[in-house]
Design a protein around this ligand. Structure first.
Ligand code: F6P
Length: 326
């Protein structure tokens, strides 16, 4: 017997391709088990406003292929106050909701954990962020699509870089982590990658670029994670140009393109598995856990660990990227 009868689902923080596939999986798994399911509009803000609506199986038809989130999303300041959370809880009570699924990143989990502790409401989290920086899962929903978008953009830049013998500095997203930069860099054969997790001086980069030029490598692609310590792509390009006036340098910032678009098949499968498992977890009476996928197995990590432990980059991949970049 399920311990929950009415489940609400929300998306919060930055959107990520595959969130809709996750919502669809939650809704349809609930319907399959005769549970009532509700969508909250605009994340925790919507919970405070009482913007909650019942969802049926048909409400999530034709969304598996859509980017963004049909539930909308927001980063909520009001939810950080005790009063805000109290109102949110009362709105859930008014709808007899006894379980909550939150889809998002670290901030979303932190909100879910606090809410669960204050009101003893069962909460389960799903990792939806293109940054892929959530501890307790190999992949977050949206990452695969985002890197494919980034690689597609870099491939196009490569054509023009090659034609003009230019060095391109291409900035990708990743405020605190370099997963997008590393995977984009490896996939697009970048000459160098600036990561938040690894220091690289401008002199070091310059040395590398000069050596490449000597080897008749006439153009170069440098991937810059937005959160790296040397500054953004414009700043790094400027510094390189000062040290090497002979280089023909250009900058391209891919930006929010990485957040949109139709989710890849991998993200759709991941989101479907996670959404399905989130409902099953609540039905088993689990709470305070984040769903993950490790070695192709669904896992459950306590919110506390998912929020506070740091997911690290694969060092071998970082080293390999350097070796292959010659
Ligand atoms: O966390 C996801 C992310 O896309 C980061 O990579 C990026 O720094 C940030 O969100 C951008 O946030 P916003 O959409 O609020 O500008």
């Amino acid at each position: 017997m399920s311990s929950v009868k009415r489940i609400a689902v929300l998306t919060s923080g930055g959107d990520a391709p595959g969130m809709n596939a996750a919502i669809r999986a939650v809704v349809r798994t609930c319907v399959y088990h005769d549970l009532h399911v509700y969508g909250v509009i605009r994340g925790f803000d919507g919970l405070i406003k009482g913007d909650i609506k019942r969802l049926e199986a048909r409400d999530v038809a034709n969304i598996i292929q859509r980017g963004g989130t049909i539930l909308k999303t927001a980063r909520s300041d009001s939810f950080e106050t005790k009063e805000g959370r109290q109102i949110a809880y009362e709105n859930l009570l008014a709808n007899d909701i006894d379980g909550l699924i939150v889809i998002g990143g670290n901030g979303t989990y932190a909100g879910g954990l606090q809410f669960m502790q204050e009101f003893n409401l069962p909460v389960v989290g799903m990792p939806g962020t293109i940054d892929n920086d959530i501890f307790g899962t190999d992949y977050c929903i949206g990452f695969d699509t985002a890197i494919n978008t980034a690689v597609d953009a870099v491939d196009k830049i490569r054509d023009t870089a090659d034609s003009h013998n230019r060095i391109f500095f291409i900035e990708v997203m990743g405020r605190h982590s370099g997963f997008i930069a590393l995977h984009t860099g490896v996939s697009s054969g970048a000459g160098a990658i600036f990561l938040p997790e690894r220091e690289m001086s401008i002199e070091e980069l310059t040395d590398l670029l000069r050596k490449s030029a000597k080897r008749q490598k006439l153009f170069n692609l440098v991937i810059v994670a937005e959160g790296n310590k040397n500054g953004d792509a414009n700043e790094i390009a400027k510094q390189v140009k000062v040290l090497n006036p002979e280089f023909d340098v250009r900058v391209s910032v891919i930006g929010h393109l990485q957040r949109g678009g139709s989710p890849s098949a991998m993200d759709r499968v991941l989101a479907s598995r996670m959404g399905h498992s989130a409902v099953q977890a609540l039905m088993r009476g689990e709470s305070g856990v984040a769903i993950g996928l490790i070695n192709d197995k669904i896992t459950f990590t306590p919110f506390h660990d998912a929020i506070h432990k740091r997911k690290t980059l694969n060092k071998e991949l970082v080293k390999m990227a350097e070796i292959l970049a010659m």
